[in-house]
Design a binder for this molecule. Structure first.
Ligand SMILES: [Zn+2]
Length: 227
């Protein structure tokens, strides 16, 4: 049983690495393809926001790559330099996805509200879960380990809450791009979809790795007890 759980963890980690590689490759390939409208990610974000009546959302140029996100507290969208300035198919897809989160926020989409509520719990779980589990194992202290498992469970729950929110933001991205006639060729539509699907897969892989790790530690701590 424990061996099966270990295999599950290993498979989930391999899937995680593969999806990380795949999203990087998809982004790189579509960064090389200019979008037909010749618009930068920032311009596309502004267009979608204007159409939705959300001009108050700030679109900022981030410092580093791969940290694109929407911050609901400051109502601010931060795009990587390559997305903010880039006029590629990848920039188009990523910018529209991040605006998708701003749209979710504006209409108080339940999934996003729930996700934001669980962020502090997930942070705490990330900080304390694994150390408590490992200390519990090291010092044969089942209480610490059990508390650690509960914290880690919080992280896994958060990962599963995040999944539909991310998929929904990507769906909104494709609808917005289509409404603004920004997917003008099949190559463009396929490229944007490929980037968004690959990004979604990294969240699926993370959630699977989380649940596999949880099962593994739960079994190693409490599964094999006979007396
Ligand atoms: Zn997202």
């Amino acid at each position: 049983m424990l061996l099966l759980a270990l295999l599950l963890v290993l498979s989930a980690s391999i899937l995680g690495m593969w999806t990380q590689y795949s999203v990087k490759a998809k982004i790189a390939a579509n960064q090389a393809i200019p979008n037909q409208a010749g618009l930068s990610g920032a311009e596309i974000a502004h267009m979608i926001l204007r159409q939705a009546g959300l001009e108050e959302v700030e679109v900022a140029r981030g410092e580093s790559e791969g940290r694109d996100h929407y911050d609901p507290r400051s109502v601010r969208l931060e795009l990587s330099p390559s997305v903010f300035d880039g006029r590629s198919v990848a920039a188009l897809g990523i910018a529209a996805h991040e605006v998708g989160h701003a749209l979710q926020h504006a209409e108080a989409y339940g999934g996003l509200t729930l996700r934001n509520l669980t962020v502090p719990g997930a942070r705490l779980g990330n900080l304390l879960g694994m150390p408590l589990i490992l200390l519990g194992l090291l010092f044969h202290n089942p209480i610490w380990a059990a508390v650690g498992l509960v914290f880690y469970l919080g992280v896994v729950v958060f990962q599963f809450i995040t999944l539909p929110v991310e998929i929904n933001a990507s769906k909104r991205a494709l609808v917005s791009l289509d409404n603004l006639n920004l997917l003008r060729t099949q190559e463009e539509a396929d490229g944007a979809t490929a980037v968004l699907n690959a990004a979604a897969m990294t969240y699926v892989a993370a959630a699977l790795a989380g649940i596999a790790t949880l099962i593994f530690y739960a079994l190693s701590l409490f599964g094999g007890r006979r007396n």
